[in-house]
Design a protein around this ligand. Structure first.
Ligand code: M6R
Length: 586
């Protein structure tokens, strides 16, 4: 959560770079934003605003050194005072922070007793005052930074600007931060895509590391304070992939990109798929873990491996896995699924598993991310930057990989590929026929509840679909195993309640149809997603038969429904209220 951006170099347009960087990072938090720019006379211009950046213009200040922040509130409400950057009492320490200073209350008390005056309710501001306090007795900034790093508890990334000295330091422990090296200086961001317009050469700071940057130098110190040579890597994608292009919103762009991404997986994934299949076959117990959408992909994996590979693969929500690790051994295989590779609940779960000696195969969409670096083996989804808070293309890419791995284990890889190709064609067709989905959305947009039902493989798809609808449209949507309907859910069905029914022609078909009749008998409005129409449906969306890969087009329908519901209700589907793209706090 929270996006931080910094620039130090020779170009006088830091103001524009930082504003554009923050816009790119805004998916990480959009409660408030702010920028600090060092002026030629050594003073600092700070601007802070509650709310989203929107069409705000860059501050009209020539500067070649500055930092910025877009906030997802943790400590303190949404206000100008709580927006970053924060300063010490003197204004000589200016910082932006991503993470939580877990011992901030104690530090704040101690610093207040020493006379420091706090202007915000944030945990972040204590860092500025702590640095100020240390500076009273020492002018060794390297040492002060070392002390600061050791003193603040929690998962944090901080850029601390010293305007008078024309330099800044970065401290990193937990929250991601990446340094880009360009011909006109250094760019720093929470996420590499924000740096892409300037350079592809990046270094991902490791936990415990810190950096000192001047206009023409970069010094990286390892966790023990020893200088180290940073190993820069070249990012494998272009800046335009991270832009909206002709689309109004990233969410629709990312939904539309799915056929291309899935086609690339269908054509190129075999080597990685067989590596993963071997790891699963050799492991004594495999766990798929993830949060939110990734947790539904993990659940889908359990169904896919059971049905296709005849193999039991466990799954767990990332935040719950900590309580399930007792029996892990060095023969266990953990497969964290994560678009960002930065979700703290998933990372913590992986840390626990690593302590037990388990092998980690990370399936992520972000090269250089924390999970990517912590894993023994990696599969990169190669879905390109996903900016909308609602995960779409990363979900279907994860499912495609899990689906192919299950087929590889079963010795039916070619069969998996042909079903995946059918699913891709079905998604292309759906994308061409969005009017039908828009019409249904128009019919149901004023309903308070939407239920999504499915059995077997369609059950995790129903859960994911409900998340997609609720998080962007704020309509209460719930996914259920269709068989659970009569065990309680039916009580919620009233006249007109929309029920989206995933009803592929597989072993679940007849039983799912019974659910349709049960709902209809109570006045529910059944929207059937199936290969053929049926009298039990009030509305019908044709989904071609893609065998076990039918879940892919089914979920795409829900993605589009969520998107159009958000638009119909006047909400920004890219930035749903209260949420952020990367959840890096517990
Ligand atoms: O980056 P990750 O895949 O680890 O993110 C996990 C969840 O935070 C994420 O899927 C979240 O649930 C999305 N908002 C769902 O659309």
């Amino acid at each position: 959560m929270c996006g931080i951006f910094g620039y130090i170099g020779t170009n006088q347009h830091a103001s524009t770079f930082i504003l554009e960087g923050l816009k790119s990072l805004e998916y990480r938090g959009y409660d408030s934003w702010g920028i600090a720019l060092q002026k030629d006379d050594g003073t600092v211009h700070i601007t802070k605003h509650p709310g989203k950046i929107g069409d705000a213009k860059a501050p009209n200040v020539l500067s070649s050194l500055g930092i910025g922040h877009t906030r997802w509130a943790t400590h303190g409400g949404i206000s100008t005072e709580n927006a970053h950057p924060h300063t010490d009492c003197t204004g000589e320490v200016v910082l932006v922070h991503n993470g939580i200073v877990e011992n901030f209350a104690l530090l704040k008390k101690e610093l207040s007793l020493k006379g420091h005056l706090f202007k915000s309710e944030t945990d972040s501001e204590v860092i500025a005052h702590f640095v100020e306090e240390m500076s009273k007795t020492s002018d060794d900034l390297d040492e002060i930074m070392k002390q600061t790093k050791q003193t603040i508890d929690g998962m944090n990334a901080v850029i601390i600007l010293f305007p008078k000295k024309q330099l800044f330091y970065i401290i990193k422990n937990g929250s991601p931060i990446v340094i880009g090296k360009a011909s006109d200086g250094y760019y720093i961001a929470s996420d590499a895509t924000a740096i892409l317009p300037h350079t592809k050469e990046v270094y991902f700071l490791e936990d415990g590391e810190s950096a000192k940057l001047t206009r023409d130098s970069l010094i990286i110190l390892d966790a023990y304070g020893k200088e180290k040579e940073p190993a820069f890597i070249s990012l494998p994608y272009d800046a335009q992939l991270a832009s909206k292009g002709n689309y109004d919103y990233f969410m629709l762009k990312e939904i539309a990109e799915q056929p291309t991404i899935l086609r690339a997986i269908s054509q190129n994934a075999h080597a990685e798929v067989s590596k993963a299949a071997k790891l699963i076959k050799d492991a004594f117990g495999t766990y798929l873990i993830g949060c939110g959408t990734a947790s539904y992909a993990a659940l889908a994996g359990t169904y896919l491996f059971s049905k296709i590979a005849k193999r039991h693969v466990n799954n767990s929500i990332g935040s719950e896995f900590t309580y399930l690790v007792d029996f892990l051994t060095n023969k266990s295989l953990i497969i964290p699924l994560s678009q960002s590779g930065e979700t703290i609940d998933t990372i913590s779960a992986v840390d626990h598993a690593r302590e037990k000696g388990a092998h980690i195969l990370a399936i992520t969409n972000s090269i250089g991310s924390t999970l990517y670096r912590k894993a023994n083996d990696n599969i990169l989804l190669n879905a390109g930057p996903e900016k909308a808070v609602a995960s779409t293309k990363a979900y279907t890419a994860k499912i495609a990989y899990l689906y192919l791995i299950a087929h590889e284990i079963n010795g039916t890889y070619k069969n998996g590929i042909s079903n995946l190709n059918l699913a891709i064609d079905a998604i292309v067709q759906l994308l061409h026929e969005q009017d039908a989905i828009r019409k249904i959305v128009d019919d149901i947009k004023n309903q308070k509840h939407i239920f999504i039902l499915g059995r077997g493989l369609s059950y995790p798809a129903a859960l994911e679909s409900a998340l997609k609808i609720k998080e962007v449209s704020y309509v209460h949507a719930e996914g259920f195993a269709a068989g659970e309907l009569k065990h309680g859910v039916l009580a919620l069905v009233e006249k007109g309640t929309p029920i989206i029914l995933f009803n592929p022609h597989d072993e679940t078909y007849e039983d799912t149809l019974s659910a349709a009749y049960e709902v209809r008998a109570r006045g529910g409005y059944v929207i059937g997603l199936a290969h053929d129409n049926h009298e039990a449906y009030d509305e019908y969306i044709h989904i071609p038969d893609c065998q076990d890969a039918t879940v892919l087009p089914n979920v795409v329908v829900a993605q589009l429904m969520g998107y159009y519901l958000a638009i119909a209700k006047g909400f920004d589907p890219d930035k749903p209220r209260n949420l952020a793209k990367s959840v890096v706090v517990k």
